[in-house]
Design a protein around this ligand. Structure first.
Ligand code: 5GP
Length: 140
């Protein structure tokens, strides 16, 4: 399948759709998941247009994984979860629903399970508050 430049993450990158942004850099961009599986669920994407891990350049993947770890550290600092999960899905059969490669950073809280994938929209104020805390933790 060819990369669709009108996928929702491409629109967010071009500023044509809104997001609660936590990081905006030369190679990568990160924002809150609109339908989080836990509070603080954050997505990290490359600017490079690639549908999945097989299409992304080696250089793009290096930037993306390094940025994902930085964002994961910031989520840990900002929200103090008991644990933290990182996920990346390739293809419909793996559960991928947006076809611009992304890493999920999903905080895990003691005794709390995950909500369903891409199902329930979070409260906008909560997303904004979590984004602000993660941005603060990323600040130099
Ligand atoms: P995937 O299923 O492709 O691995 O993950 C796509 C993720 O994007 C899901 O967790 C879903 O909740 C999230 N998502 C879908 N549409 C939007 C959107 O318009 N804005 C944001 N911020 N997240 C979205």
């Amino acid at each position: 399948m060819a990369y669709d430049p009108d996928n929702i993450f491409a629109k967010i990158l071009r500023g044509e759709a809104n997001a609660h942004v936590v990081l905006d850099e030369e190679h990568c961009f990160a924002f809150m998941d609109l339908m989080p599986q836990s509070p603080g669920h954050t997505l990290i994407i490359p600017r490079e247009p690639a549908e999945n891990i097989f299409d992304l350049s080696d250089e793009g993947l290096a930037h993306l994984t390094a940025t994902t770890r930085r964002v994961a550290r910031a989520v840990k600092t900002a929200l103090n979860p008991a644990g933290l999960m990182i996920a990346q899905l390739n293809g419909v059969d793996a559960g991928q629903t947006v076809f611009h490669i992304h890493f999920h950073v999903i905080p895990r809280y003691a005794g709390e399970g995950l909500t369903f994938h891409a199902r329930t929209m979070a409260d906008a104020d909560e997303l904004a508050a979590n984004a602000a805390r993660i941005r603060a933790a990323l600040a130099p």
